[in-house]
Design a protein around this ligand. Structure first.
Ligand code: HEC
Length: 228
């Protein structure tokens, strides 16, 4: 099927799979709370008397006639006033960080939609996205993101380039001429899988893993060489 038509069939599913008024807690809300609020309202705060915003139960508890997040009357949540309060804003002016308009909006939408706290993604069982995979499912997500940015997949590279990439990744070396010829003649969809992967190949080890080791070395080096 034409890729163009296909994307029109799939994209709406992708776009409307979520209510457009809800924000993603882990991806959008938590980074803001943790960067702009938790220093004082989080687990490591030194100001123990301040309302905790990292735990749902505490964030929604009665503070003496009002709530930081009011589960019964979300619009009356004190938090909503404080993030736009010009005289006494949150975070406070001397904190050195402010909320951008976009961040204010994210927090506002999250509170108005019930201020649900989700568990860290690593504890949440994965669920299938509401798309019907045709071809490589990963391409659907990449395609959707590219469309969002007003662009499209580039042209697929020629087969010699593809063979070179596959071989470099798998073996750490460009393909042998004979292997390349075999690949170019093989028009099967699974031709990639035939790119030789020698079972015991020292070059492969060095070619593939050495850069990884060097990368690791650079990582381990960090604490001792903070300027790198
Ligand atoms: C540098 C510390 C600091 C940061 C960061 C900070 N706050 Fe506060 N917050 C305070 C202090 C101190 C108070 C209590 C005094 C007051 O009400 O102004 C307070 C009070 C509040 C209150 C009212 C709670 C009550 O008991 O009346 C809310 C709601 C609130 N902050 C929300 C936030 C939000 C949301 C963020 C992040 C966007 C944030 N704060 C970031 C220090 C901070």
């Amino acid at each position: 099927m034409n890729k163009f038509i296909l994307s029109f069939l799939i994209l709406p599913l992708f776009l409307f799979s979520k209510d457009s008024n809800t924000v993603d807690f882990a991806r959008e809300v938590l980074p803001v709370l943790s960067d702009k609020c938790y220093a004082c309202h989080g687990p490591d705060t030194k100001k123990k008397d301040l309302v905790r915003l990292d735990l749902e139960e505490l964030a929604k508890k009665d503070l003496g006639g009002y709530h930081a997040i009011d589960p019964k009357d979300l619009e009356e949540s004190e938090l909503l006033y404080r993030i736009i309060d010009e005289e006494d804003p949150m975070p406070p002016e001397d904190f050195g960080k402010t909320l951008s308009k976009k961040e204010q909006e994210i927090i506002r939408q999250w509170v108005l939609s019930g201020a649900e706290y989700e568990e860290h993604w690593s504890f949440v069982p994965p669920t299938k996205a509401g798309i019907e995979p045709v071809g490589n499912p990963i391409d659907h997500f990449i395609d959707a993101k590219l469309k969002e940015e007003g662009t499209n997949f580039g042209k697929e590279a020629d087969r010699a380039t593809l063979a070179r990439r596959a071989s470099l990744i798998l073996n750490g070396l460009p393909p042998e001429p004979a292997d390349l010829d075999a690949f170019l003649k093989d028009n099967d969809e699974g031709a990639y899988e035939q790119v030789p992967q020698p079972p015991t190949c020292p070059q492969r080890l060095w070619g593939t893993y050495c850069p990884l080791l060097v990368g690791r070395g650079a990582l381990w080096g960090y604490p001792r060489a903070p300027s790198r």
